[in-house]
Design a binder for this molecule. Sequence first.
Ligand code: TPP
Ligand code: MG
Length: 546
Amino acid sequence: MIAADIALARILKAEGVEQLFCFPTTEIIEAAAAEGIRVVTARTERIVGNMADAYTRVNDGTKIGVCAVQAGPGTEALFVSAAQAYADSSPMLIVTDGAGSKRAGLPSLSDTVGFYEPVTKWATSINRADRVHEIAARAFTKLRNGRRRPVLLELPRDVAAGQIDEATPYAASRTFRSEADPADVANAIRVLRAARKPVLYVGQGTLWAQASAELLELAEASHVPVMTTTLAKGVFPEEHPLALGIGGNEITGMVDVYLRECDVVVALGASLTPSLAATPIPAGKTIVHCTADPDDLGTEHRVEHAVVGDIKLVLRQLIDELARQGGRPDDGAAAEIAGIYADWIGQWMPKLTSDEAPINPYRVVWDLANTIDRANAIVTHDSGTPRAQLAPFYRAPKPRSYLGWGNAHQLGSSLGLMLGAKVAAPDKLCVAYMGDAAFGMCATDLETAVRERIPVLTIVMNNSWMSTYSKRIPQATERYKVGYMSANYAKVAEGLGCHAERVDRPAEIVAAIRRAVAATHDGTPAVIEFMSKVEYSATKIGAPGP
Ligand SMILES: Cc1ncc(C[n+]2csc(CCOP(=O)(O)OP(=O)(O)O)c2C)c(N)n1
Ligand SMILES: [Mg+2]
């Protein structure tokens, strides 16, 4: 006989779980550690959740990020990260303890399962020790199938101690896929072949389905340009001649032209729900909606042409059907894209190469992109102008070399996300690019990076304020005499054990990045604080210039 918490720890191992992200300790955390699972302990629960979320994403969901926190204040503090993972459709498993059954339901205790229901695919309490296997199997099956979203399991203390048969069998869960109706595929290709100026509008479903090779094959076979949402950034190599770059809250000049001028949009693995992560499709376009989740259909657009199925299998069907119908001629899109890029990036060059001090943040983005080995990096933006500055201009060369977010993005989540990414991909340079307000929301977890030996690179743009809020707040700050946000963040980072530098001259940017990258290679987390100016130029449809 074994205790239920040990049985659950063994199930996690059987499901391929190699690490548990947690704070501080519970029965399941101790049981997992005893079973040889690496326990990564953060300083705050919200960072714990971010780590598990990014760990899953970097593994494309083939390995599930699991986090464990205490019930009550722990699950309450983790909620924001679960909400973010839910909004971005990222599956992670949350395991929590709970009061013993004698105290269950008392009004003095928060109802963990109840308040997690809106931010999970499934939240449940394991109410008997002998149900651990059955409930865990259902949890992992949900995490690996259908729409990817968090799952919460509560293991109350007395249930955790309950004894069950050690020999209870457990088979790891798996993903099941299905193709689309061939008639829908044939119709989609007919619409694509008849199009005057089509665009492939790609969402993160292509990442979860690991369909980047098929996407490349379809684009090259059809000569159709590819844009991605912020969440899917990198699934199509952004320096490919047919790449338009991202269309999120911010867009590239190429997306601006193509999305306005196209007649047909073929959406692939995109929900087409309105959000900060996905540029709305202008009215009057014919849409072919290819998605694994039929719930996506008809959200914002009338369903005229749809293809429902696993997007990797659907892409293969589309490639075969395109050949069967006679292909599609090359209409010279690549040359047009090159021209638009040259014109658009030319407009931005004065900012991207600016010598001004305080430093122009676009200069940091440009120097970062041209200094690090992007093919061996995972980069992410935080909320605020960091997203606006980085996402359109940093060209991601391959899937998961950039983690894009944008539906319900918690300020300060980039650090925890990169900690999780670095645990998943220890050989990659993992970079969190954030503002000073974001730093204030996560900085103490730099100590987690040091203690747990997770050497990430954090870039802090210190502009003494929250750029996008600068129009309204200065009057208020003057009125109430609270002043601007000010601190020496490099000293904070140094105090937490990081390699840290403060840079105030543009000529020093590249050398500082090189030193910081070298520090991470030596195992030390690095922070560079750039003294920067407030700079906000939205790149929107119809206005992608500075
Ligand atoms: C927890 C949370 N609160 C509020 C917001 C809304 N928000 C988005 S960006 C931002 C300010 C960002 O300021 P900073 O990090 O300094 O970056 P900057 O825009 O100045 O470059 C805020 C408050 C959020 N995303 N998350
Ligand atoms: Mg700021």
